[in-house]
Design a protein around this ligand. Sequence first.
Ligand code: FAD
Length: 514
Amino acid sequence: MKDTINIIWFKKDLRITDNQCLFEYETSLPTIAVYFFESDIIRQSDFSDFHLQFIVSSLIHLESSLKKIGIQLLYIPLNAVDGLEYIGKYYSIKKIFAHEETGNLKSFERDKDVIHYTNKNNIKFIEYPTNGVVRRLKSRDSWNKIWKSRMSHQIYEAKKTTCDFELISEFSSNSKNCRKYYKHLFETIAQQRNLQKGGEELGKSILKNFLSTRSSSYMYNISKPFESQSTCSRLSPYITYGCLSVKYVFKETQKRMFELGQLRSTAAQNHIKSLEYFLSRLHWQSHFIQKLEDEPEMEIKNLNPDFNSIRNDTDTGLIDAVFSARSGIPYIDATVRELQITGWTNFRSRATLVSFLCNTCMQPWQSVASKIAQLFTDYEPGIHYPQIQMQAATTGINTIRIYNPVYNGKQKDIFGKFIYQYLPELRTVPIDFIHEPHLWDLFETLEYPHPIIDIKQANKEAKDILWKIKGNTSKETKNKIIKKHASRTFHSDRKNNTSSKKKHTSENNQTTLF
Ligand SMILES: Cc1cc2nc3c(=O)[nH]c(=O)nc-3n(C[C@H](O)[C@H](O)[C@H](O)COP(=O)(O)OP(=O)(O)OC[C@H]3O[C@@H](n4cnc5c(N)ncnc54)[C@H](O)[C@@H]3O)c2cc1C
């Protein structure tokens, strides 16, 4: 006779604080926590070591936090259904607690398989919502209200188990071997690159440090590639992998705004404005993920099908040059290097990189989305694909933005600090030529290529093509996209007024803010 157990399945909720599973599970029943290293997911083209190292470092911290509440974390190197079958050989599974995940198409398929498996085996599968994302959302009109109510809910405190329960030894030694393998892999990757490391405690200390000082110039520096490295929150991977819940970050930010409000100085008022700006980004987090939740095919198909007629050929030589930081355009090459070394770049640089590849160079976004995803430690499919489509102009509802990376560099990196930081091969180039080194007399002495494309000319052509398609799109198509995906006005002002009397869409605010 097998013992009956419950399972807490950790996916992208690698935390103790504000984890509904740890609040709702049955403390008097034997419970194990599991993480599945799923080869089906790991093998996908959008997955990379950058993600793996963050996951493993988060799990190591999670494991010791779980121990404190009496729960053991098992590392299982199997796809979810195979993993459940494996556990089922030793135990009779009664319930599984997990969070809903809005991931790529493969994870969507996996979720359906798990539901099928649990139904067939009479296992109760209980899933809780993730941040502000709403499963089976009926209408976008009610979304802001739901988001606001989720953010105002109390923080879930993890409960201690009251059940003394020992695992079958073969079972726990297999998990130890898996842990050892992945820990070694993590240490190897961590030695090679300067990537952000995971873990709830680290996430909390980065948040604390951001709210106390770094955030004061958040708004002012948000698009500057050098300064934003330290003045942006840098919380994205912690939010992506759920080391921190958005609700927790939101509440801590509100507390800080209240404290600053007591000071009444101009500096404090400006600091509050920066934090309001930050709160609006937290709102966007779920707003974007909701798009993929409502339309998973966004990962592969243009939202506005009228764009299917263009960008049908991939120039692999050009794409390889860009991803080797050899485009000959310093701002683009420095962005790629920054990503390769740190796994992060700011919003503006991400948007410029996509615009350069998909608009200036007219490459299909489907040919570059995975390559970029691999370089983002914070890769979040629900933000990534809607953002890629937005920057590639295929959403049909946003204004078309075609960035000029040289102009961007001159505006946002006036002294070339970002370029000098990531392109040491340009260290001898005088500041006057740092954004266009090919115009410098001594350019031929450098180990650096000529620009891969005439940006001004290519952008002009792209503008004509993209606006023509957008202009010819039928009202019916546009309205359909707006109804399903466009944001309804949201305010995160000091009175915390998140509702709007007039219902109207404000999708373009997202880009006009930058
Ligand atoms: C083409 C493209 C792809 C992107 N892919 C991702 C991705 O895979 N994962 C990801 O987390 N962000 C993505 N972003 C959004 C944004 O660039 C990053 O969230 C941000 O740069 C992360 O740094 P930070 O945590 O310091 O951000 P902060 O500016 O400090 O923002 C705080 C948090 O708000 C959220 N956020 C910020 N900006 C946005 C935005 N524009 N849309 C939605 N949420 C936002 C993130 O969770 C972020 O951690 C993408 C943007 C573009 C243009």
